[in-house]
Design a protein around this ligand. Structure first.
Ligand code: GLU
Ligand code: ZN
Length: 519
């Protein structure tokens, strides 16, 4: 007999059920995003549930860290710890009585049993099975105990777990929204522990109880959990509960499509993308396209999609079965489009929000530590934004000048660090252009030419520099290049003339003086 389930029409309730690790991996974030979008599209609920039944993996402030990331992404749960909701508590360690009640029910109905096997016995059993070339599984030893034996052991306070009974030779089937029909033979399924010796439930047990009691309609989660599904389906059957829909989402792969995205291979926490200056809208846009795309009838060629568009058109039936890859070049391209779409005021606003996000100390920093790059980035961002705040008259214009040149907000620093750091000059670059001319004399003349002009503006400089270049028989461009190096320290900079207007005469004068003191 197969497990039967119903697909009644129900309110959409999707949960994100992380362990309290303090952070969210970017690959998982994509799966969470699918769940969030689906819930929003269906005007359903997005629920945060914390699965902290593995007490060994507990991290201080682990829940706070998860919530922080969701908030940065703008994905506020409708229900969850700290968010209210009538299905709480939403933290599994606060629900132990509930799990206990259901495990008792299963024991009474003969669908679960106490197991008193010692860790040594289980290890030995596993070794023997491995040596014999069979799949390591519990051998059902404690099922043979009589109820008197069980009572005596419990009364004597013997350490025990509760295991579920798995019938032999049954085919368990279900229809996954992404993977289609999946079937398992119960002969391959181990008699799973439901309650551990510390009284905590296992993930496999708690997840079923909670998904049912919290009226989850769609279990959207990573494909890693596909193989746990048969055990869970049997539990639904034992408890007489309707089975929700399963939507297993393929893993996010590395850009080279070789393997699942891992920390070692440079994958990072979702929050780090934000701190690097990818804006939330762009991350949303990008992540949503990893392993999914909108119906070609509504798709845009440039793949530039707002959250409203994605919510309107998100369709779980279009989740691709093959894992999507995290292609950073595509992320850069999408972020660039987003940044370019902002008005000057919006860009300024984004930079200020980002500044706070970079400055903030997140739980993840305690968990994973702060890298040298991040520490440097924090310093740079602070310098840059303090300057922009202190110079409100030119801040938006400065940002607008580099807007077409940045892929992410942190790139702004590279363009403007010359304003904020010890002056540097590409003196060698100047020398290579000047040739055998007297460099000090040339720079002094250039300074006099520009500073002597009555108006501090682009046209008069332009004319003055061109005629000075003619008098030296130099290419105009070469002289402009020298000026660029003097003002910005580099041969590549934001548009020079606009920059000089914005930074002002005093700034440019100081640059000339500093350079003249060293050549
Ligand atoms: N607690 C599991 C995790 O950390 C959730 C699995 C599920 O969504 O069923 O990924
Ligand atoms: Zn046992």
């Amino acid at each position: 007999m197969n497990v039967i389930y119903f697909l009644g029409i129900m309110a959409v309730r999707v949960r994100f059920a992380p362990s309290p690790t303090g952070w969210i991996h970017i690959g998982n974030m994509r799966t969470v995003l699918f769940g969030y979008l689906f819930a929003k599209k269906e005007q359903g609920q997005f629920i945060l549930r914390i699965e902290d039944t593995d007490q060994k993996r507990k991290v201080p402030n682990g829940i706070k860290g998860i919530v922080e990331t969701l908030e940065v992404m703008g994905m506020t749960p409708d229900e969850g710890p700290g968010f209210g909701g009538k299905f709480g508590p939403y933290v599994q360690s606060e629900r132990l009585d509930i799990y206990k009640k259901y495990s008792q029910e299963l024991i009474e109905k003969g669908q679960a049993y106490y197991c008193f096997c010692s860790a040594e016995r289980l290890t030995e059993l596993r070794e023997q099975q491995k040596a014999a070339g069979v799949r390591p599984m519990y051998d059902g030893h404690c099922k043979k105990l009589t109820s008197e034996e069980v009572t005596a052991k419990l009364d004597a306070g013997e350490s025990h777990v509760v295991r579920m009974i798995i019938p032999k030779g049954r085919i368990v089937e279900f229809e996954d929204v992404v993977y289609g029909k999946i079937s398992f033979n119960t002969n391959d399924v181990d008699e799973q522990v439901l309650i551990k010796s510390d009284g905590f439930p296992t993930y496999q047990f708690a997840v079923v109880i909670d998904d049912h009691l919290m009226e989850i309609s769609h279990i959207m989660r990573g494909e890693d959990w596909l193989s746990s599904t048969p055990k869970q389906l049997l539990l639904y059957e034992y408890l007489g509960w309707e089975v929700p829909r399963f939507v297993h989402v393929p893993n996010v792969l590395n850009a080279d499509r070789k393997g699942k995205l891992s920390k070692r291979k440079g994958a990072v926490a979702a929050i780090d993308f934000i701190r690097q200056g990818y804006i939330r809208e762009a991350l949303f846009n990008f992540l949503c396209l990893v392993g999914w795309n909108p119906d070609p009838k509504v798709a845009h060629q440039d793949e530039f999609y707002s959250q409203e568009f994605l919510t309107e058109h998100f369709d779980i039936n279009r989740i691709k079965r093959s894992g999507g890859a995290l292609d950073m070049r595509k992320l850069d391209a999408i972020n660039t489009m987003w940044l370019q779409s902002l008005t000057p005021a919006q860009l300024f606003e984004k930079v200020m929000v980002w500044k706070d996000e970079v400055a903030k100390k997140y739980v993840i920093d305690d968990v994973l530590g702060v890298s040298e790059e991040l520490a440097e980035q924090k310093k740079a961002t602070e310098l840059l934004t303090t300057y922009l705040e202190k110079n409100p008259a030119i801040a938006e214009d400065l940002l607008t000048l580099v807007q077409p040149r940045i892929k992410k907000l942190s790139d702004i620093w590279d363009w403007y660090r010359f304003i904020l750091e010890e002056p540097t000059f590409g003196v060698d670059a100047i020398k290579s252009v000047v040739g055998d001319k007297d460099i000090k004399n040339l720079i002094t003349q250039l300074q006099t030419t520009i500073m002597g002009l009555s108006s501090w503006d682009q046209e008069p400089w332009e004319a003055a520099i061109r005629s000075y270049a003619d008098s030296l028989e130099m290419k105009h461009g070469d002289l402009f290049m020298i000026l660029r190096v003097i003002v910005t320290g580099r041969k590549v900079s934001p548009p020079l003339r606009e920059l000089m207007v914005l930074l002002g005469k005093d700034f440019v004068t100081t640059r000339f003086q500093t350079l003249l003191s060293i050549v």
